[in-house]
Ligand binder design. Structure first.
Ligand SMILES: *[C@@H]1O[C@H](CO)[C@@H](O)[C@H](O)[C@H]1NC(C)=O
Ligand SMILES: *[C@@H]1O[C@H](CO)[C@@H](O)[C@H](O)[C@H]1NC(C)=O
Ligand SMILES: *[C@@H]1O[C@H](CO)[C@@H](O)[C@H](O)[C@H]1NC(C)=O
Ligand SMILES: *[C@@H]1O[C@H](CO)[C@@H](O)[C@H](O)[C@H]1NC(C)=O
Ligand SMILES: *[C@@H]1O[C@H](CO)[C@@H](O)[C@H](O)[C@H]1NC(C)=O
Ligand SMILES: *[C@@H]1O[C@H](CO)[C@@H](O)[C@H](O)[C@H]1NC(C)=O
Ligand SMILES: *[C@@H]1O[C@H](CO)[C@@H](O)[C@H](O)[C@H]1NC(C)=O
Ligand SMILES: *[C@@H]1O[C@H](CO)[C@@H](O)[C@H](O)[C@H]1NC(C)=O
Ligand SMILES: *[C@@H]1O[C@H](CO)[C@@H](O)[C@H](O)[C@H]1NC(C)=O
Ligand SMILES: *[C@@H]1O[C@H](CO)[C@@H](O)[C@H](O)[C@H]1NC(C)=O
Ligand SMILES: *[C@@H]1O[C@H](CO)[C@@H](O)[C@H](O)[C@H]1NC(C)=O
Ligand SMILES: *[C@@H]1O[C@H](CO)[C@@H](O)[C@H](O)[C@H]1NC(C)=O
Length: 652
């Protein structure tokens, strides 16, 4: 009985999925641009990848797997459904180490520049045609219901007669389900259908709902004329530990636009040469380009210093002019956003009030801040501004776009700050990992050797002045001395965590911040997360610390008001002989003891540390008691029951 029930279920499933996905059964339909036979009745989104041609690139190699090829291919997205597809987005999983050189009709959503390595797959979003209307609404106008993307790039390997196809392809918009594609020679295709499980909200609006994210940028057009428009750009921090200092914002104009005026921000280069020598100069013959701010394709903008806040020409915009500081709301809600205004001139064929294309490839960076990755602008409902006259009325923007930027965790070698550990039961300090923040000089040092243990005082001097101390320390304690010596960490900031004592009711630690850059950090913050011990947080003596129990018991630490500077690296008193001196800040922290947590077993060391929003590299070891000599690393730590038993014995 059971067995046959399973068969029935399977058949039902097959029948069901067949209907849903319109699986193609027929043989190759020949022409690439037409639909596969028998598929005209499918209500969904039709996607087709078509490999066009390829040719060998130079150098010509004997080794077929190393040979590179130039290829052409195309992707077609056709809306055959009854609802509009807004802001279409597809994912192509390539497999031959492809490098895209151009994508006509689409943009890479991760703001990467061409040539872009996409060997692991890539997302493409429609541009300039972002939306695909329905056949019903457009009287079957292919121009409006279909998008075509022409891809050009390089790929590696695969002998000649074969068709180098991507592994898979799908629609990446929310609310759609896609089957695996059907392969037919040099093309592959599939139908994606609306997922009936996701109940579509009755959209009362024309546009996509606003998205959540770590940093939200709004592009709100407030005034539009035939050949220019005024836009207000709002950058808002939505992450509890997100932050920007001295931000630089950049994007790419794709329709030849240029910036005439800015209020509340400024451009790094007042460069109009592209206008004078290009299309803009030709079209706006009578224009005085000496008063135009910037004509670069990728301008770099930055916030004004506070001295310009009341300047009616440049400033006078609420939320502007804080020298590029955007703080988390956990610190100061009034400083969690930046706003500026910009006047943009357009070029033909976009000379129409209603024709506005926001720039693409947004990127925002700060000094020692998290790495933000921004998506492409998505058209959303117009932002509603309060009435300029101060009355109880609203004034919607003419058109609004949203750019969502999310924090991406730094990977090994790409950190900008790091952590060092020590404890009262072990005289050695565990330094930051070798090359935690990258390595430049790999010839003189070893980038893959574990960092050498140090005496505590070595932490006070720059890495270049530590080698003698490290070697002497290793000699005394019979540690191995690698040759060449391991490279430094190259981090801008380091955070030292010293477990200083464990007593009956609790335990204490000392946190020291070191600034190795010549730059001061104003209003710095540090956030600490522990595996388990965080909720026992009691008090920090010289800093203002709060326990954010809603945020995984993060301990949020900032300077006390009026004393919140972490000064930069300065020269020694005798610069010729003395090493440079890092900026330092220190405080003692106390915790209540929690049953079952052995501090020396590793619970007393933070599992995550953030400085100004940037996640710091944590060393791969912790100090262990010198009596029990075997290596413990953080992942095996909690399995080592015997070790902990011995440690407890030793500590008591
Ligand atoms: C790609 O197509 C263009 C024109 O459409 C053609 O000039 C070029 O040779 C093609 N490249 C390859 C590698 O087939
Ligand atoms: C061919 O090139 C590939 C990739 O560069 C390499 O891994 C492989 O060892 C090469 N084979 C020969 C026989 O040289
Ligand atoms: C693809 O992913 C692998 C493993 O995650 C990584 O090692 C490799 O560098 C990636 N390649 C590209 C081109 O991003
Ligand atoms: C539908 O609307 C509700 C309330 O506005 C929201 O919580 C929910 O996430 C929406 N669902 C979708 C699929 O957008
Ligand atoms: C950013 O993160 C949010 C969740 O926090 C997610 O919904 C959104 O899709 C992400 N956006 C991008 C562009 O990655
Ligand atoms: C700008 O004007 C406000 C209000 O008049 C004043 O409080 C502030 O100090 C002024 N700022 C500067 C930089 O002059
Ligand atoms: C603003 O930031 C710049 C660096 O971007 C710095 O040199 C300058 O001193 C800062 N000004 C103020 C008033 O903080
Ligand atoms: C501007 O665009 C709208 C809508 O696309 C169109 O109806 C109108 O004719 C255009 N105006 C001009 C002057 O091209
Ligand atoms: C911003 O741009 C300027 C000029 O290009 C550069 O000197 C500065 O280092 C940049 N700041 C950041 C945070 O990248
Ligand atoms: C809390 O920690 C868990 C596990 O490490 C993680 O999945 C979650 O995203 C964290 N939540 C916050 C708000 O940081
Ligand atoms: C400590 O930080 C909290 C939260 O940011 C703030 O409300 C309080 O005023 C600060 N206290 C001092 C003494 O700086
Ligand atoms: C201190 O801790 C380190 C790292 O866990 C360990 O290698 C060393 O043997 C311990 N003892 C001494 C005396 O340094």
């Amino acid at each position: 009985m059971k067995f046959s029930w399973k068969v029935v279920a399977l058949m039902l499933f097959l029948f069901h999925s067949r209907n849903r996905f319109c699986l193609a059964e027929e043989s190759d339909s020949g022409s690439a641009s037409t639909l596969p036979k028998g598929q005209e009745s499918c209500a969904g989104i039709f996607l087709r990848y078509n490999f066009v041609s390829r040719e060998k690139e130079y150098p010509r190699l004997k080794n077929a797997t190393a040979q590179s090829w130039a290829f052409n291919s195309s992707v077609t997205i056709l809306n055959m459904g009854t609802t509009e597809l807004k802001a279409w987005k597809i994912f192509i999983r390539f497999q031959y180490n492809e490098i895209l050189v151009s994508a006509d009709g689409a943009v890479l959503t991760n703001s990467a520049d061409f040539p872009a390595p996409v060997g692991n797959g890539t997302y493409l979003a429609g541009y300039p045609q972002t939306d695909l209307e329905t056949s019903i609404d457009t009287a079957n106008d292919l121009e409006k219901i279909q998008a075509k993307v022409k891809l050009k790039g390089t790929q590696f390997g695969l002998r000649s007669p074969k068709n180098p196809m991507p592994r898979t392809l799908r629609l990446a918009n929310d609310g759609y389900r896609c089957p695996s594609p059907t392969h037919r020679g040099s093309s592959m295709y599939l139908f994606c259908v609306k997922d009936s499980k996701i109940k579509a909200n009755k959209t009362t609006t024309k546009f996509l709902p606003r998205q959540k994210g770590d940093l939200l940028i709004a592009y709100d057009v407030t005034q539009a004329y035939v050949n220019n428009y005024l836009v207000e750009i709002t950058i808002e921090n939505k992450h509890a530990l997100g932050r920007l200092d001295h931000w630089n914002l950049t994007w790419e104009w794709t329709r030849g636009e240029f910036i005439d005026k800015l209020k509340g921000a400024y451009v790094r280069e007042l460069d109009v040469s592209d206008c004078l020598n290009g299309k803009a100069g030709n079209y706006y013959e009578g224009m005085d380009f000496s008063s135009v701010l910037n004509c670069q394709k990728r301008p770099i903008l930055f916030d004004l210093p506070p001295t310009k806040a009341n300047d009616t020409q440049m400033g006078k915009i609420p939320y502007c002019c804080r020298n590029g500081t955007i703080l988390p709301t956990t610190m100061d809600g009034t400083k969690s956003k930046s706003v500026f205004q910009m006047q943009v001139y357009k070029l033909p064929p976009d000379l129409n009030r209603t024709v506005i294309y926001p720039p693409q490839k947004w990127k925002i960076v700060g000094v020692l801040n998290p790495d933000y990755k921004c998506g492409s602008p998505i058209r959303v409902d117009p932002t509603k501004f309060p009435d300029p006259a101060g009355l109880e009325a609203i004034k919607p923007a003419i058109a609004s776009w949203q750019i969502v930027c999310n924090i991406s965790r730094p990977t090994k070698g790409n950190f900008r700050c790091c952590v060092t550990f020590s404890a009262y039961y072990n005289k050695s300090v565990i330094p930051c990992d070798t090359c935690a923040c990258g390595c430049q000089d790999e010839l003189k040092c070893n980038p893959s050797k574990q960092a050498m243990l140090l005496p505590a005082e070595a932490l006070l001097v720059p890495f270049n002045n530590r080698s003698k101390k490290a070697i002497a320390w290793a000699t005394i304690h019979h540690f191995k001395i690698p040759k060449p010596l391991p490279c430094g960490d190259n981090c801008g900031v380091s955070v030292h965590w010293h477990v200083s004592s464990v007593y009956k009711q609790g335990w204490a630690a000392r946190m020291t911040l070191f600034n190795w850059r010549r730059l001061n950090f104003e209003n710095w913050f540090t956030a600490l997360q522990f595996r388990k011990a965080g909720s026992g947080f009691q008090k920090m003596y010289s800093f203002n610390a709060t326990l954010l129990s809603k945020l995984n018991n993060t301990i949020f630490v900032q300077g006390i008001e009026g004393m919140n500077y972490l000064i930069g690296l300065t020269n020694g008193s005798n610069p010729e002989k003395d090493p440079a001196v890092p900026g330092k800040l220190q405080s003692v922290v106390t915790f209540k003891k929690k049953a079952g947590l052995d501090i020396a077993k590793g619970y007393g060391f933070p599992s995550k540390v953030f400085f100004n929003g940037e996640e710091c590299a944590i060393p791969s070891r912790i100090p262990i008691s010198s009596v029990v000599r075997f290596s413990v690393n953080l992942s095996t730590l909690f399995v080592c029951k015997i070790a902990s038993f011995l440690l407890i014995q030793h500590l008591n």
